[in-house]
Design a protein around this ligand. Structure first.
Ligand code: PBG
Length: 335
């Protein structure tokens, strides 16, 4: 025998990669504008924007300017926004009463958005950290420990006030135990039967939230304190599945995994195990690091941002909350 077939690979993986058409045909995952949620920071006042130094390209803005942006977002086809109010420091208290004030910034902002653009989904953050003088997500006891059940009562009032203002989705990001069931009950009792709950079921005590805390102004309040007694240990993943199971049993409609890129394994396990709507939050620090490298000319912003968003889809995410949402929607239109 002169011919030794074993030197030829029977399967050449590169054949399918040979031309663009066959690469297109075998693509398993696609990012679409339907997958994107845009987070926005809202401030008091009129016709005013503020830059966030650790988040280049992201601005805090007043409600009137946010309405203009909302029109643009709808034009791009983005399904929903997530609202984060920046509370003036004189309104922050130990009991976080501003969180459920029907005339507070978040509630006014929801009403303005839903009145002008009923078709734009509005997601509100349910947690007390923007409203507490100490920057923790809940109420404290005299030792500084975050109280669970007392906090849940306040979260219920906050979620209800959001629903009453017209929020489509309330998103508890506080990690107290039992809050999904309690919020679901109080929404049902008050006949907000179609208000959806997006549960930040697996929220890690992450250092990737730094720029967000600058953006909402809770960093200074929190100081050197941490959130380790309620947010999850980055070392764990079985624990995340237990959190998610509980939140689904308690009536969550969607599950959020947060942060995103360093936790793609959690997204995959969640999707495989529960098959529930699974969302991911590409958080402020993830945005900041990609953006910083891009601004230095070290990475191509569009390429890495789109690759990172596609990676969420591959991991099993149904939707992605990302500060790149607006740019990504524009880039998708260009394709
Ligand atoms: C607070 C909240 C945080 C984020 C969203 N909601 C920060 C925190 O838990 O300290 C972070 C989002 C981001 O980093 O983009 N409940």
């Amino acid at each position: 025998m002169t011919h030794n077939t074993t030197i030829f690979p029977q399967t050449r993986m590169r054949r399918m990669r040979y031309q663009k058409f066959s690469r297109r045909l075998m693509r398993e995952n696609l990012l679409s504008v339907d997958d994107l949620i845009y987070p926005v920071f809202v401030i008091e006042g009129q016709n005013k924007t503020e830059t966030v130094p650790s988040m280049p390209g992201i601005e805090r803005k007043t409600i009137d300017l946010l309405l203009q942006e909302a029109e643009q977002l709808l034009g791009l086809g983005i399904p929903a926004v997530a609202l984060f109010p920046v509370t003036d420091s004189d309104k922050k208290t130990a009991d976080a009463a501003e969180a459920y004030n029907p005339e507070a910034l978040a509630q006014r902002c929801v009403r303005a958005l839903k009145q002008r653009f009923p078709e734009l989904g509005v997601i509100t953050d349910v947690a007390l950290d923007p409203f507490t003088s100490h920057g923790q997500d809940g109420l404290l006891d005299t030792d500084g420990y975050v109280l669970n059940d007392e906090t849940v009562e306040v979260l219920c009032k906050q979620a209800l006030s959001h629903a009453e203002a017209g929020a489509d989705i309330v998103a508890p990001s506080d990690m107290m135990d039992g809050r999904i069931g309690a919020i679901r009950n109080s929404l049902e009792k008050n006949r907000h039967i179609n208000t959806r709950i997006l549960a930040y079921a697996a929220k890690y005590a992450s250092s990737f939230y730094g720029p967000f805390r600058d953006a909402v102004g809770s960093a200074a309040n929190l100081g050197a304190a941490n959130k380790y007694s309620y947010q999850m240990d980055p070392a764990n993943s079985d624990e995340a599945l237990r959190e998610i199971q509980l939140d689904l049993q308690e009536g969550a409609d969607m599950i959020m995994i947060k942060p995103g890129m360093p936790y793609l394994d959690i997204i995959r396990r969640t999707k495989d195990r529960f098959g529930a709507p699974t969302f991911a939050y590409q958080v402020s620090g993830e945005y900041a690091m990609l953006k910083a490298a891009a601004l230095n000319g070290w990475l191509d912003e569009k390429q890495v941002a789109m690759e990172s968003l596609l990676a969420f889809k591959r991991a099993g995410a149904d939707a992605i909350l990302t500060y790149f949402a607006k740019s990504a929607a524009q880039w998708l239109q260009e394709q």
